[in-house]
Design a protein around this ligand. Structure first.
Ligand code: DX5
Ligand code: ZN
Length: 215
């Protein structure tokens, strides 16, 4: 059974409180929050003030995915805003090891995300230090894109690396997850599924989450 982390990027921001309540009543495990700065990715989403308010609307863990340059400048602010898991991109960090320690020192779980073009072997020297690896299965920046099939091979490579080191690390798949492909993603070794459009554009989001949860 995977951890299900709906991405609020696909939610209705005019009805954000209702969307949070819906997730609270569902089997969703985490809230996945996508922060974009218009520099690391070609899009801008939402940031600290929105996350602070979402914090007051749920007790479920906030899984904050930073698609921003210089994430170390903002880690403390995201901790104060209520993030439980803070994920930074390999491609955005010059001192990744230091950034991971900073996130942990701030009392959060540390995640590292990699883009579709970034090989798994770049993670070999930090895999024992992190709680989660976010394997991007689309190019970051937008919801509603198509799952890149090669990600399935990367899940297996990552699973092998984690096992070799005897580490305990969640494998999160982010982008293009649907009811149709979720099972093979879990079978390949994913432990966390992010789903934006699949959940929020569904006619029955609570049931869709339950279906993902059952897989
Ligand atoms: C993309 C984000 C994803 C996105 C997923 O840059 O990191 O979390 O919201 O959306 P879907 O599930 O619609 O592909
Ligand atoms: Zn994300």
């Amino acid at each position: 059974m995977a951890i299900i982390a709906p991405s609020l990027l696909a939610s209705n921001f005019l009805r954000l409180e209702d969307e949070c309540k819906m997730l609270n009543h569902s089997e969703a495990d985490w809230f996945h929050l996508d922060v974009m700065d218009g520099r690391f990715v070609p899009n801008i989403s939402y940031g600290l003030p929105v996350i602070e308010q979402i914090r007051t609307a749920t007790t479920k863990p906030l899984d904050v995915h930073l698609m921003i340059e210089e994430p170390e400048k903002y880690a403390e602010a995201f901790a104060k805003a209520g993030a439980n898991i803070l994920t930074v991109h390999v491609e955005a960090c010059r001192n990744l090891h230091r950034n991971i320690q900073q996130i942990k020192d701030l009392g959060m779980k540390a995640g590292v995300a990699i883009n579709p073009h970034t090989p798994i072997h770049l993670l070999v020297d930090i895999i024992e230090d992190v709680d989660l690896i976010n394997l991007m299965s689309v190019n970051p920046g937008f919801g509603g894109q198509k799952f890149i099939p090669y990600t399935l091979k990367k899940i297996q490579q990552l699973k092998r690396l984690i096992a070799e080191r005897g580490a305990s690390v969640d494998i999160e798949i982010d982008g293009g997850v649907t009811i149709a492909n979720a099972q093979e993603i879990i079978d390949a070794g994913a432990t966390v599924l992010v789903a934006g459009n699949t959940v929020f554009k569904s006619a029955t989001p609570i049931e869709t989450i339950a279906t993902l949860k059952k897989m």
